[in-house]
Design a binder for this molecule. Sequence first.
Ligand code: MG
Length: 343
Amino acid sequence: MMQRRAFLAGTAAAATAAALKSAGADVLPLGDLPNWRYPDPRVEALDKRFKAKVGNAAIERIATGFRWAEGPVYFRDGGYLLWSDIPNNRIMRWLEDDGHLSVFRANSNYSNGNTRDHEGRLITCEHDARRVTRTELDGSMTVLIDNFQGKKLNAPNDAVVAADGAVWFTDPGYGIFGNYEGHKAELELPARVYRLDVKTGQATVVADDFDKPNGLAFSLDEKKLYIIDSGITHGGRSNLRVFDVSGDKLTNGKVFAENFAPGFTDGVRTDIDGNVWCSMGWADPKEDGVRCYAPNGDLIGKIHLPETCANLCFGGKKRNRLFMTASTSVYATYVETQGALKP
Ligand code: MG
């Protein structure tokens, strides 16, 4: 068996195939709380406003065997979750009905963030190709943007689509700082947040005062946009800011949450009650997982995972299942609220 394992490790494709595990409801003992019982102690309510605490729902590890899982997006029509496995240069797909796991897209150009537009089309940030693409309903791909004023984008990280169809995305550059998550190259542009009008192809800079803009999410009414700054990776800030959305511009930016350092948050989503959910990791293992903030910025709950969490999304037929991409695995749990995004 060991020889067989060693042989398999010699080829990347075979190794990852062998390592992949998936289950529809594979509830595993995790972290340093191996003897949990309902209610799951890994879901920690700090305030009664926290709506993740379903008494008889547990955190499930639904899939594992990845190198760095990011960019989850749920397809309610198809009943599946997609996410990027960035260093393995692929997008994975997990079917909710039977837990079947497969590669949705090989050679994904080291994709990172994924979302959907209002026609249900997949929008993907690609590190290696330094662009944002749209996968059409017939499966063909359209490049939405790969440069700004003639200069290559750095490496788009995460995106969200507004009601008017505009794609708002961040471009911190992580994908070209080395070859592991893309390819090493020089930045041609500052780290910025852009709004792309997909009808005209025109992009505008909506924020240029971030160290490393990362995950972003609108509130349900789209009056607010939350944007993460993970600049602590390069000596900068580690916080989550909120802006008022005024048409195609952002105003009144302020810090919404900042108690992340020395770790940082990477991905963010909102729910129908106005709460803000974000990933957490890279510091104290006891803080790995997800944090939930009330609309006024109060920290009201935590979900503890045994791995650093990068991103999250709501899904399930009722949008009440929280999927969390965390390092080598994807976790899920049911919550008492619903995600603000329709898909
Ligand atoms: Mg990110």
